[in-house]
Design a protein around this ligand. Sequence first.
Ligand SMILES: N[C@@H](CCC(=O)N[C@@H](CS)C(=O)NCC(=O)O)C(=O)O
Length: 240
Amino acid sequence: MLKLYHGPAAANGLKVLIALHEKALDFQRVYLDLHRFEQHEPWYVAINPDGQVPTLVHDGFVLTQSSVINEYLEDAFPDAPALRPRDAQGAARTRGWNKYIDENYMEAVSMHGWKFRLSDLTRQMDPAEFETYMQRIPLERQRRKWRAVRAGFPDEALAAAIVKVGEALDRLELQLTDTPWLAGGQYTLADVNFFATGGNSIERLFPQLLAGDIRPRFRDWLGRINARPAVQAALATPAQ
Ligand SMILES: N[C@@H](CCC(=O)N[C@@H](CS)C(=O)NCC(=O)O)C(=O)O
């Protein structure tokens, strides 16, 4: 049995939800309200010591880290539709993109996503209540991030993040001049990762990066991914 602990159908949780739907795997869901800091409650930290989502439990085996979870699904369910090429070069190209996305793109998009969604929420909280929640966060760097979003991320950090997102979009645009998908001719975990990390949110968070007719291949790629039934099903996952 597969059980997924997840938050809203966005970012790292969306990444795994898309893979599960693409592979047509049955799974149970447990929704955590990240705005109520449910991911830091002791019962959940006992499952995922980072106090973050997603977590996948497969017949008692606990997995964290969304990219690792998606690779695991490839290996554990070889008969399901593949999202990683079977040949060594295709698999390496997929992993290369995932490494780049996880190490460069994800945190840059996330900073602006947090600013957009969490600035007001955290500022409206009573300081003592906010501090109580902070004390429960197991990862020091996440505690710092929550405090930083409340205080306001530094302008230089926000500007540097926009540069990183622009570079990632350039890289994607260049790749799509050669191949229909990021890792070649096949839709893979790399496309799922880039899309979930910052696909639909780019226009809202970084309108300047899509002004005019620039980055047409990104728009086309986005449309092709959004049209996939599995992606629509993942995006429609209830927040409850
Ligand atoms: N490297 C982890 C990152 C997980 C992560 O950042 N999860 C976010 C949601 S997308 C989260 O739990 N945020 C709430 C928090 O850190 O308190 C992964 O890929 O799964």
